[in-house]
Design a protein around this ligand. Sequence first.
Ligand SMILES: [Zn+2]
Length: 256
Amino acid sequence: MLRHWQLNRYIMYLRSNTSDLKYLFVFLFCFSSLITKGQELEYSIDELMGKADIDLYGEDINLRKEAHDAFVKMRDAAAKEGIKMQVVSSYRSFYRQASIFEAKYERYTDVDGMEPLPAIDKIIEYSTIPGTSRHHWGTDVDIIDGSVPAEGDVLVPEKFESGGPYERLKKWMDEHSEEYGFYLVYTDEPRRRGFKYEPWHYSYAPLSKPMLENFRKKNILQLLEREDFLGVEHFTTGFIKTYITDNLLDINPDLL
Ligand SMILES: [Zn+2]
């Protein structure tokens, strides 16, 4: 423990010796990056895979506290422009994602008669493999503009384009979402692979960046091998490797 007089003496010493001051800055920089690294490691596998009982905030929002607070600020700002930001989907557990995945798998294989691998490829155009969804983190939202009536499925790209009901929402988000920490995940960048363009899916970067950093360090193949949802037995090492590079990591670079 550094005593007060020792600290004072050290500061006096530093004042008389500026090159040491440089070392102090280097030391402080390394120390602070160590702390940041420490924070990055705080998420458990269960939390990252949507199996933990995490605290969620806002009845119609359902996000982690920090993401919720930022979302409310963003929603209130958009409301002043007459946009009624409405959450269609936010936190989703592993078990919910598994039932979505299995329902699609059954439909494509049993009803449509597809082979398992093409069926899985079709599922992962828009849906994630259970345990790998960003919606498990409580940091990501799918949004629409509730002030505009729309027919049929709401989460279709055309509805967010010019002439569509959510054009105004999308334009407002393009201009302002990043001020509140929210970034589009699956952009319309033509060279991007993985999930298709989702103009409705935003992620709260201050939380989701360290979570992704954490998740990509885990042995995702091994984690999935322990699961027993429908179709999992068809995942090969090569398939999971491509899924990780294309679907999990080929996203908006601001979120990496
Ligand atoms: Zn989404």
